[in-house]
Design a binder for this molecule. Sequence first.
Ligand SMILES: [Zn+2]
Ligand SMILES: [Zn+2]
Length: 114
Amino acid sequence: MDFCPECGKLLQTQKGKSGKTLLMCLKCGYKRNLEENEEVTFTEKIEHDLVREMTVVMEKEDIDKTKPIKDLYCPKCKKNQPVNFWMIQTRSADESPTRFFRCTVCSETWREYD
Ligand SMILES: [Zn+2]
Ligand SMILES: [Zn+2]
């Protein structure tokens, strides 16, 4: 187990898209690759309040131009807007990642519920 150098919170283990393992801080968004010789215990699941925390962290960031954008219904603007979306593996690696959305017009951020 390792702690975040930025805020001291316990780092969560995440499987990246490439199959590489990442250590990630859900508090401040810090992440780094796992060293090859480093051993970690896999975190089976991340509680839902951490997902909320993550959403709050995202809300503080500027709109990320590198994230994909598509037209989606924004619950705040109450009409279709260009919306950033990204995915976060919030539970065990077998389950599908949670999708997050952010309206680029009003910065409203929400997650997709199953
Ligand atoms: Zn941190
Ligand atoms: Zn909006």
